[in-house]
Design a protein around this ligand. Structure first.
Ligand code: ADP
Ligand code: MG
Length: 628
């Protein structure tokens, strides 16, 4: 019997390969735009007719191809992007398999016109079902213009499997969104049946998002920027209240390539912990920059999946980055020598004796602060000493600020002024005051002993005193926990408190954290705790109540959330020690509250995502009184 194995003719092999690469018109869109980007195009136009079933055309102003390459590019495994095996592990382009054009040309009628800057004439190549129909010199501008017509014209079965036009257009849109979000630095245009749908000039990510979605998005986003030796995470995440009921506005890019990753999505969701209503999703567009050596994009031909050499680390960094933008984490993750994930503090401990030196809590904040109207940033180091603001006033407090502690050393930084505090938020809604005089002449006032109201340029800012105080205490204690630098107030008469065996066990487990917050205690046996020192904010006589409250809160958080020990501890103490609605405040206290709130890294939200402030715009107020 004779041998039966034969090599498949190219056209058939290409068609089979096309089954993987070209599933639908949207796959063609993706491949062609990626090629245009790889070719260095800065303005890329996409034209689609009949949902891509009739025509998909991509025109770029990139480097073009020689006349030989214009034919070569349709061969299978023909690529200019990798040459040797090692290159696969160091990919900086979107394509590299050299399969796309060969596959597309196997299942459609393709017309390519391309010219390099150094060539006088362009080359026009026509291919149908892998067969070259025409190659000729022609005139044309620098760059590449490729038309893909009648997709699957030669495979009626595949063509009949295409979905309705609206579904196919939806897929095309999805691909388009992914590439244009990945590259806000490039200009894109999209025409559907000759009608312009998008004209997206090159610009910032915020501009791209506004152009693509609506302008309303711009004010709903928080910047994200976190860097470690291995990876940098940048981008924008939606404020918690800007959630959606449906998925679809979550984008991850790794080295500017869109990827799908449930794992990383989970990392982001966990950073929003408890800030989002059940079943809702935040907006995010996050970019990971990572050495290509640490990733493997070779997992799937359509390449939306990716393998990281160290997934858990990436998870932790993404989560930390998002948490920091949301203001629920003040720590930057870094790696130690052995490549283990570790949390390292980036914040210098507050140093009372050098209170006026600038201490910037983190890279992100430095930028944040500087972008916020160039306000002086010397005060954050002084968080613990804000009480001096009130102490120097002549009124006595209604809520408990510590006695002593900070003032002792005499040297105090000038207080954060209301002016500077409110200025800091100026990019969040133009709410700065005209002058300090004005601030002084318009003192804040309390509404129902629950909200602090203060005049700002655009109207009236309302501050939820409880939420604001929670935010302040949360950041203060996060910092203390991180630096183990809490201020403790020695009790003259150590308090003895009783504690249940279960709580005692938990207390011992949390020993380090509780001490880091400023509690000093010894366990005396029989469930007795002798408390010799407490954080300055704890009122004498309430030690037991506060400590028990924190433990209760900690346990309840533990059931509902997955927080780190420190995070939970800072949330618990903030929750328990924050003043409550109904608490009467004097002017100095209100000012101190405002100043401290705007000295926070994330003044907009309480740790659980409740909003702390609301600006009632003058214009809005005016509408209450206009005739309709
Ligand atoms: P890959 O992108 O994986 O290399 P393709 O089949 O998509 O494979 O493209 C094959 C080759 O054709 C590319 O490597 C590139 O050299 C060339 N090419 C494709 N599209 C363009 C374009 N728009 N401009 C310039 N060269 C291109
Ligand atoms: Mg390609």
């Amino acid at each position: 019997m004779s041998d039966v194995i034969q090599l498949l003719p190219d056209a058939i092999a290409n068609q089979i390969a096309a089954g993987e690469v070209v599933q639908r018109p949207a796959s063609v869109v993706k491949e062609l735009i990626e090629n245009a980007i790889d070719a260095g195009g800065t303005l890329i136009s996409l034209v689609v007719r009949d949902a891509g079933k009739g025509l998909i055309q991509v025109v770029d102003n990139g480097r073009g191809m020689s006349s030989t390459d214009a034919r070569m590019c349709f061969e299978r495994h023909a690529t200019s992007k990798i040459r040797q095996t090692e290159d696969i592990y160091n990919i900086h382009t979107l394509g590299f398999r050299g399969e796309a054009l060969a596959s597309i040309a196997a299942v459609a009628q393709v017309e390519l016109t391309t010219r390099r800057a150094e060539d006088e004439l362009a080359t026009r190549v026509v291919v149908e079902g892998s067969a070259f129909k025409q190659t000729e010199p022609t005139t044309g501008s620098v760059g590449t213009n490729i038309c893909v017509k009648n997709l699957f014209y030669n495979i009626p079965a595949r063509r009949s499997f295409l979905k309705s036009n609206s579904v196919e257009v939806r897929h095309i849109m999805d691909e388009f969104y992914r590439v244009v979000l990945a590259r806000p630095d490039l200009g894109f245009r999209f025409f559907q049946s000759d009608k312009p749908v998008y004209d997206l000039p090159a610009g910032s990510l915020t501009t791209r998002i506004s152009d693509l979605f609506t302008n309303a998005y711009a004010t709903e986003l928080l910047a994200c920027d976190e860097e470690t030796d291995h990876v940098r995470v940048t981008g924008l995440v939606g404020k918690p209240e800007f959630h959606k009921r449906t998925r679809g506005e979550q984008f991850f890019f790794v080295n500017q390539r869109y990827i799908k990753s449930n794992y990383l999505h989970h990392a982001v969701m966990s950073a929003y912990e408890a800030m989002l209503p059940e079943g809702s999703f935040p907006f995010y567009t996050l970019f990971l920059e990572i050495d290509p050596q640490h990733i493997d994009v070779n997992v799937h031909p359509t390449k939306t999946e990716i393998k990281f050499s160290d997934e858990r680390t990436i998870y932790a960094i993404v989560r930390a980055a998002v948490k920091r933008s949301l203001g629920t984490n003040l720590v930057t993750p870094v790696f130690d020598e052995e490549n283990h994930f570790a949390i390292f503090p980036t914040v210098e401990p507050p140093q009372p004796e050098k209170a006026t030196t600038t201490t910037i809590p983190s890279r992100l904040n430095q930028k944040e602060y500087q972008s916020l109207s160039g306000v002086e940033i010397t005060k954050r180091a002084n968080l613990e000493h804000w009480e001096s603001l009130y102490q120097s006033g002549n009124e006595k407090s209604h809520f408990d600020f510590p006695e002593g502690s900070a003032e002792e050393n005499g040297e105090m930084a000038p207080p954060v002024t209301l002016q500077s505090a409110v200025n800091r938020t100026s990019d969040r809604g133009e709410m700065f005051l005209e002058s300090e005089q004005k601030a002084a002449s318009d003192p804040p006032f309390q509404v129902h002993h629950t909200y602090v109201a203060v005049h700002v340029k655009s109207g009236l800012m309302l501050i939820d005193q409880q939420a604001a105080h929670e935010r302040i205490l949360f950041e203060q204690y996060s910092l203390a926990l991180e630096k183990k630098s809490a201020v403790s107030q020695q009790s003259l008469f150590p308090q003895t408190i009783q504690i249940s065996p279960a709580d005692l066990a938990l207390l011992q487990e949390l020993d380090e954290e509780i001490r880091a917050m400023g509690f000093v205690f010894t366990v005396a046996g029989n469930g007795t705790l002798v408390v010799q020192g407490v954080p300055p904010d704890v009122k004498t006589g309430t030690e037991q109540e506060v400590l028990e409250g924190i433990i209760e809160q900690y346990k309840s958080n533990q059931e509902r959330l997955t927080l780190s020990k420190r995070d939970n501890m800072a949330r618990s103490i903030a929750r328990r020690m924050a003043m409550k609605a109904g608490q009467r405040l004097n002017e100095a206290e209100m000012r101190a509250l405002i100043d401290r709130l705007f000295g926070c890294i994330q003044p907009d939200y309480a740790p659980d995502g409740r909003k702390t402030t609301y600006v009632l715009e003058l214009e809005k107020i005016a509408t209450f009184f206009t005739n309709t």
